[in-house]
Design a protein around this ligand. Structure first.
Ligand SMILES: Nc1ncnc2c1ncn2[C@@H]1O[C@H](COP(=O)(O)OP(=O)(O)OP(=O)(O)O)[C@@H](O)[C@H]1O
Ligand SMILES: [Mg+2]
Length: 325
């Protein structure tokens, strides 16, 4: 059963300069107990995609499609219901969130507050018990409840942010770049923790990262975004072993392999910059940077199509067999 299902979701911002279609027709689902990774370059719409789940976008943004949290479309929800769903059923660990802890309040107090706000029946004693459970769950000793944020390391703060998101036992946990500011060992621990939480609590977890290597070992499925669209998705192992879309290949090629002396100093990278969503190239938005683009790509309307069991890609050349690795 999908705890989060996005059906043909689009979001357009409307700044004075003109419309910015940041997310365009995304279909994505997360099952209970499953970890999905969403990757793509800066500006491709990852944070915007998360903002649709809890309707955390500007008032004048326009949205289309459906976002079902445990079967209920958030775009149809009344304000009161939406407030209950935020944190209660879907919780977010925001991009750069580890700096958003209150610097002058002890960690325990910051964890207790949302418990008391959301659970009207909670007492000080039951909330304290819950704080103890949460700290244990994120692998931190109880004494951290008495600490102030500045006394914790970056990784410990990120664990606190995850504990905060878990206070109301949500069905879906959305993590926006949860490990970006952390060293590689701590990154691995945090991702391990998220994977464990998904399994133990049968929670659906969506992790956003621009760093594919972060997602490679911890996700069940991966979706690759480019210019507001999902251009490829599939099981993590298959996708990393046989990337089909030329953008996925380029993204993977941009990461040097340690010990590989041939490519170590010159990861292949990708020429040019990602397009601004307010001024997208015609046809396949990736065509100006694509190493295998043809004339047809400048005008074709690319859609995600099945390319194998549980695999989809949006590229006319993948259909023609260019995907063979
Ligand atoms: N409030 C806004 N008004 C107008 N445009 C916006 C707004 N918020 C984001 N955008 C634009 O929408 C696009 C997608 O932004 P988003 O923050 O979703 O990207 P992202 O993939 O999360 O990038 P990053 O990896 O840098 O966090 C960008 O081009 C951005 O400039
Ligand atoms: Mg972002």
């Amino acid at each position: 059963m999908a705890v989060l299902e996005m059906r043909d979701v689009s979001l357009t911002y409307h700044p004075e300069e003109g419309p910015v279609p940041a997310v365009r027709g995304v279909n994505l689902s997360v099952a209970a107990g499953e970890v999905i990774g969403v990757a793509g370059e800066s500006g491709c719409g990852k944070s915007t995609l998360i903002s649709t789940v809890l309707r955390l976008y500007p008032k004048n943004a326009t949205v289309e499609g459906e976002v079902l949290v445990d079967g209920e479309n958030v775009f149809d929800m009344k304000w009161n219901r939406m407030r209950a769903v935020r944190w209660g059923e879907a919780a977010v660990v925001f991009q750069g969130a580890l700096h958003s802890l209150n610097p002058i309040q002890r960690i325990g107090k910051q964890l207790i507050e949302p418990i008391l706000v959301h659970d009207k029946g909670a007492t000080e004693a039951s909330a304290l018990k819950r704080v103890r459970e949460l700290l244990e769950q994120v692998g931190l000793p109880l004494r951290h409840a008495d600490a102030y944020p500045h006394q914790l390391s970056g990784g410990q703060k990120q664990r606190i942010m995850i504990a905060l998101a878990l206070t109301c036992d949500p069905k879906v946990l959305l993590c926006d770049e949860p490990t970006t500011a952390l060293d590689v060992m701590v990154q691995a621990q945090i991702l391990d923790l998220l994977k464990g939480i998904a399994r133990d609590r049968q929670m659906g977890v969506l992790i956003i990262s621009h760093d594919l290597s972060v997602l490679s070992t911890n996700c069940d499925r991966i979706a690759i975004m480019y210019a507001g669209r999902v251009v490829e998705q599939g099981g993590a192992t298959e996708l990393f072993q046989h990337p089909a879309h030329p953008y996925t290949r380029a993204l993977m090629g941009a990461f040097p392999t340690i010990g590989d002396t041939e490519s170590r100093y010159s990861p292949s990278g990708l020429p040019g910059d990602p397009p601004f969503p307010g001024d997208l190239p015609s046809g396949c938005a990736f065509h100006p940077r694509c190493p295998i683009a043809t004339e047809e790509c400048k005008s074709v309307n690319v859609v995600l199509e099945q390319i194998g069991p549980g695999r989809e890609a949006a590229c006319i050349h993948v259909e023609k067999g260019v995907s063979a690795s």
